[in-house]
Design a protein around this ligand. Structure first.
Ligand code: NAP
Ligand code: MN
Length: 259
């Protein structure tokens, strides 16, 4: 039997559901292991899923999303369907879907940090405008000046990227999408303006004196006094999700944004 952990949002409905799921799993003899699970059941929305991924970044796990609201991009089951879970897990009646994580290496004068993200990596300066040279595969594209830059994955294209006017990319493709946040256009700084979707094997770099920046990655942020380079690519690291219902990306988009 697979070792299972439950990762639930703080709100009462999710915590109550967690208790029910725990009992259900115990009745079905599943070992519960919060620290070293093989399966992580996520109870909450997409935001909760992102937090669960970062909690178990160094474990080889399979995620099952249980949505406590509308259908999410990362959830498979609804609350009313929790009784199905033990059987589905026991009999392994599912396919597996996997997504490559984004990887970003942030370099400053004396150190370098590596981060991972499901949705996107954002670099923003909340105090003053940020300037950066943007290159794709080492080829200089533009001198950017504005509030920030976002690089998202296909699955992340419907999150922050969408709010910025970026294109939604079908999740069957491996891509990186570059989207600007409030770019200044003048004689010195001129940017492409549109979102730019590139092949998933590409590398996107931001270089310059990146002072006082906030690097956001999914629900996480780090503040940097000074960075000089951010290099973003798709990692070999993947997240695995149980795919029981084969819900199409189109349906998820319709449920989330249309009706
Ligand atoms: P959050 O408030 O939980 O997330 C903001 C919204 O984004 C929520 O409605 C969330 O859905 C939704 N979401 C997350 N991943 C998505 C995806 N791949 N496709 C479509 N919608 C998605 O904030 P959080 O918990 O810190 O989550 C971090 C994420 O929020 C970031 O990765 C970023 O993409 C997004 N975000 C968006 C904006 C914006 O649109 N202006 C600003 C900041 C951050 P649930 O309600 O199901 O959780
Ligand atoms: Mn949320």
């Amino acid at each position: 039997m697979k070792r299972v952990a439950i990762f639930a949002k703080e709100k009462p409905l999710c915590q109550d559901t967690k208790k029910v799921v725990l009992n259900l799993l115990k009745e079905n003899d599943f070992p519960i292991d919060e620290n070293n699970p093989e399966v992580v059941i996520v109870i909450g929305g997409d935001g909760t899923f992102l937090r669960a991924v970062h909690r178990y970044l160094n474990n080889d796990v399979m995620f099952v999303g249980l949505n406590a609201g509308h259908l999410g991009f990362f959830s498979e089951f609804e609350l009313e369907e929790i009784n199905l879970l033990p059987q589905v897990l026991k009999e392994e009646k599912y396919d597996m879907k996997s997504y490559r994580l984004l990887n970003a290496v942030i370099s400053s004068i004396n150190e370098s940090k590596e981060i991972y993200a499901v949705n996107e990596v954002r670099i923003e300066n909340p105090f003053s405008s940020l300037t950066a040279d943007v290159s794709i595969d080492g080829k200089h594209l533009e001198k950017f000046r504005g509030n920030g830059l976002v690089v998202c994955s296909a699955i992340g294209s419907s999150a922050y990227n969408k709010s910025l006017g970026g294109a939604i990319v079908d999740t069957s493709m491996e891509t990186l999408e570059l989207t600007e946040i409030a770019a200044i256009q003048n004689n010195v700084y001129r940017t492409i303006s549109s979102s730019y979707v590139v092949n998933g094997e590409s590398t996107i770099t931001f270089e310059g004196r990146l002072n006082e920046v906030v690097v956001g990655f999914d629900s996480e942020t780090i503040h940097l006094d000074q960075a000089s380079k951010v290099t973003i690519s798709l990692s070999k690291k993947i997240i695995k999700l149980i795919d029981y219902k084969h819900i199409s990306h189109v349906k998820k988009l319709k449920d989330s944004f249309i009706e």
